[in-house]
Design a protein. Structure first.
Length: 241
């Protein structure tokens, strides 16, 4: 029996109209659609792509064992998430071994902090795979904010807010432009790191970029309590040309 193909599809940052033509085509044709979600929510990627999922498609909910309840610094986090990804990979492999193609949805781009890449890592050796890139949260946000991010030979640094504060500060001191992702509960240390680097006044906060309830403002004006789907933009040098 011919094995099925794993199709990892980036569906973009939130606005359904920012899905690529290829992403739409594959989702519409899919007989099996998988996506990550919390146990009590439909899943962000599924919400973005919902208009294109066929009514008779089998939907595989890959429910995280935890999201913000356990810190990344806790050893239990990596063990629990590793087991979760193992179980998800086995679930998808069962369909693939039966000859069914599986479309695995991922918000943004699958290979930029995407959960889908951990299943790709586990399945790529045994099954044919196809990756569909998606518009990332960062370029969706800086476009919506009308904020050119790099100029001339600027160096752009993409930073997770989960880094230790000292490392975050060091990178911000070196980079011409930066995007800080995974803010959420880490916002207080993000502000401190930017202030230490002398860059706080230039930082822009974007919340739920490209979605209907988008918010954006100078980071200095934003409270520390922010949702998961938020990031900080630090534009590079201006007027170098």
């Amino acid at each position: 029996m011919t094995r099925g193909k794993l199709q990892v599809v980036g569906v973009g940052p939130g606005d359904p109209e920012l899905m690529t033509v290829r992403a739409v085509r594959l989702v519409q044709a899919a007989k099996v659609v998988a996506y990550f979600c919390r146990h009590d929510r439909p899943g962000h990627a599924r919400t973005i792509a919902r208009a294109h999922i066929a009514p008779d498609a089998e939907e595989l909910r890959l429910e995280y064992p935890f999201t913000t309840e356990v810190s990344v610094a806790n050893p239990a986090y990596h063990g629990g998430m590793g087991q979760f990804y193992d179980n998800c990979a086995r679930n998808l492999a069962q369909r693939l071994e039966k000859g069914q193609d599986v479309v695995l949805l991922c918000e943004g781009d699958p290979f930029l902090y995407g959960s889908a890449m951990y299943l790709f890592d586990r399945l790529k050796a045994g099954f044919e795979t196809e990756i569909v890139p998606g518009i990332m949260a960062m370029n969706g946000c800086w476009t919506q904010a009308h904020l050119p991010i790099t100029h001339g030979d600027d160096v752009l640094c993409v930073l997770p807010a989960t880094l230790p504060e000292e490392k975050l500060t060091n990178w911000l001191e070196q980079a011409d432009a930066a995007v800080i992702m995974k803010t959420g509960r880490n916002m207080p240390q993000v502000k401190r790191a930017l202030e230490k680097a002398g860059r706080l006044a230039d930082a822009v906060y974007v919340e739920r970029g490209t979605q209907e309830n988008t918010r954006m403002c100078a980071l200095q004006e934003q409270a520390d309590n922010v949702p998961y789907f938020s990031l900080v933009l630090l534009p590079g040098r201006k007027g170098v040309r």
